[in-house]
Design a protein around this ligand. Structure first.
Ligand code: SF4
Ligand code: SF4
Length: 298
């Protein structure tokens, strides 16, 4: 097992700072840029995008709707507007391409707080862990949909922490900050990756899209793995790595599990460059090409 204080040191030494942090930097820029776009309107009167993270309109033209929200609307037996349906199709198509939980690691502002909590836990060696099943989030997802069906209202959206945090950050509502702090403390003190990795129904919904999405991380050079475990330690969903990294020669090196957030931290942190982004169905072929290249070079 790797020394927790030295996680990422090998990658830093062998690849340099940029190559061992680049996906993390791009991700933070993406999250902050999305937030900034939403802030431009209320703060400076520049309305590039109107609405919120669940339903918005870009330049008064392109609608974006969270498909999870649209499903709830349908379950309330209300007819959604055509633009809302179109917005959901656009968003769904985007995440089917780039990876369902890209929403989590590249867009959702809560992720910055939960990543920070996980980093602090590693830093201070906090190992307390409430016993939660990672499947709890799917039960909660089902519960939120049942709430819409039974009550005929978007009851979940009133308390959805993700939209509450967004409202808090963009419109300065106190509840959003309280929710964000509660999630941070829950992850920091009670359960490692407790909220995003175990409870959040939004992440659960997007992980279902991730099960079929095109862009995936692949352990394409898995033969190079030196078992340092750094990728397992930094990964928010470490259970997704093993089948791809430690599978037999016959199994695909592609991480197909929808829970993978395509965050790219494993790509950054691996000093042996085992991981890289690719397409869902190209992993095996690429692995064979990588093997062939290695044989030629050796
Ligand atoms: S799991 Fe939920 S809170 Fe966490 S990043 Fe994904 S949508 Fe945001
Ligand atoms: S496997 Fe890699 S890309 Fe997927 S969630 Fe883990 S660290 Fe992120």
């Amino acid at each position: 097992m790797a020394n927790k204080a030295a996680i990422g040191q090998d990658a830093l030494i062998e690849k340099g700072w940029w190559k061992s942090h680049q996906w993390l930097v791009w991700r933070r820029l993406s999250q902050l840029s999305v937030l900034a776009l939403f802030l431009l309107g209320p703060w400076f009167g520049v309305w590039v995008i109107k609405g919120n993270i669940a339903s918005s309109l870009i330049l008064d033209t392109v609608p974006l709707t969270d498909p999870y929200l649209l499903i709830q609307v349908l379950l309330t037996r209300h007819l959604p507007e055509t633009t809302a349906v179109l917005g959901a199709v656009i968003v769904l198509g985007f995440y089917l391409l780039v990876g369902g939980r890209v929403y989590c690691s590249w867009v959702c502002p809560v992720n910055m707080a939960t990543d920070f909590a996980a980093w602090l836990r590693r830093r201070f060696g906090i190992t307390s862990a409430a016993r939660l099943s990672r499947n709890t989030r799917f039960w909660l997802l089902g519960l939120t949909l049942a709430m819409a069906l039974v009550t005929g209202t978007l009851a979940w959206e009133l308390i959805n922490p993700v939209t509450a945090v967004y409202r808090g950050l963009v419109f300065g509502m106190g509840l959003g900050w309280t929710v964000l702090l509660a999630i941070f403390l829950f992850d920091f003190v009670i359960a490692n990756r407790g909220w995003c990795g175990h409870l959040c129904p939004v992440g659960a919904f997007y992980s279902l899209i991730g099960r079929v999405s095109a862009v995936r991380v692949s352990a394409i050079r898995r033969e190079q793995c030196n078992d340092c475990m750094d990728c397992f330690i930094v990964c928010p969903e470490p259970q997704v790595i093993r089948p791809a990294l430690k599978g037999s020669d016959e199994t695909s090196p592609v991480i197909r599990d929808g829970a993978c957030t395509n965050c790219g931290r494993c790509v950054d942190i691996c000093s042996k460059d085992v991981f890289q982004f690719g397409l869902r169905n190209s992993g095996k072929m690429n692995s064979q090409v990588a093997n062939h290249q290695r044989e030629v070079l050796s």
